[in-house]
Design a protein around this ligand. Sequence first.
Ligand code: SAH
Ligand code: SF4
Ligand code: F3S
Length: 435
Amino acid sequence: MKKVYIETMGCQMNKSDAERMYGMLEHLGYTQTSEPKEADMLIINTCSIRQLSEDKAYSAIGVWGKWKKSKPDLKIVFAGCVAQQKGQELFRRAPYVDLVLGTQRLYELPELVKRIEAGERVVSCEEKPFEESDIQINRVKSINAWVPIMEGCNNFCTYCIVPYTRGRERSRKPELIIEEIKKALDEGFKEITLLGQNVDSYGKDLEPHQNLSWLLRQVNELEGKFRIRFVTSYPTDITDELIDTVIELDKVCEYFHIPMQSGDDYVLKKMNRRYDYAEYKKICDHIRTRIPDVTITSDFIAGFPGETEEQFENTLKAMTELELDYSNTAAYSPREKTVAAKWVDLYIPEDVKTERLARLNEHNRKCCLASNKKYTGREMEVLIEKFEEDRNVITGRTRNNKIVHIPYDKDITGEFVDVKITNARTWYLNGELIK
Ligand code: SAH
Ligand code: SF4
Ligand code: F3S
């Protein structure tokens, strides 16, 4: 049996692609290995969101290129978002690569593998709406199954590469999504996370039109006890119908990930985000009023081209004022082809970006602790995700996505338990089982 190793470097969508690649390769007789040195095929599944992620891909693959000298039959595949973006150019940079596989061509993998096994070198990344046929997925063993409901993005925020690496928005057919979820539930998954760059756009391109609320209702009707989540939401696309749906459906969890990017109106405009601070706040306040204990998380970028100190401080203010429960943070990284990357004169010096990012992170820590403290003394349902035998601790998540550590001496992964929260830390809660 041949062995394949996939190194995944990107977001959940990227991880989900890896599960699909493993699934397809299994049908061709490959088994999965966690040891790259033992593999007959090495796949690097890359991310292009920041320069650092792209650079990591090149250094990893350089090492593999050296291995190939003493193992000429080794096949090396360059996949993911950097592959989609760079295409043919990667052959010049890394001549030992056998296949460049763009994200748009994921489902051609079996056919392409046969060609490289026969000695060809192939680039496949032209943009093309893919047709999925059989769903072949080899999921990472866990409690949560990630299920993409759509691909791509039409928003073209001026800093972001995703519309170039993932193409235009395309919804997956509801029957394929439901079939995939049923399978995951049969395999024992207890949480389903619907995944997309912009889940609120789901179904606009389908015939007949559908929407996210409709899809959530279909999933909620499936039998068994499990949880449903969805990410990511574009602030102004969150409808009253969606909020009503989250309230109404028992399996859908009280959690929204709504990237804000900046708390400053001028910067938001320059980012081509279609809302200002007041609008974001209105949505946030509305969700919080209607859904008690809801968790709202966000993403922020520090040091966008031209961002002044005052504008940056508006982001810090926003984080506190909106009581955001957690935020992903990053320093701005110029991406080829994007609009903002051309504003070279306005670039913020590296040291200023680093300093702003550190302040953003410090603020985030304070917001997280404040958020977690709200739950001390409360009783909450926790879905257990892991057991640490050496410490006798089980860890899981509440419906609103808070991580809880609980002392316990048995592995009850996959069970729902009632827990009393005893105290709050920055990144997690401590609790004890209610007998
Ligand atoms: N679809 C989501 C975000 C996907 S990308 C949304 O609309 O918000 C994930 C995050 O990466 C973004 O929210 C943004 O905060 C960050 N990001 C994207 N491009 C970036 C860049 N050029 N530099 C720094 N961070 C970036
Ligand atoms: Fe990127 Fe903006 Fe699309 Fe999110 S909405 S993926 S940030 S272009
Ligand atoms: Fe994801 Fe990175 Fe691509 S964030 S969509 S893997 S550029």
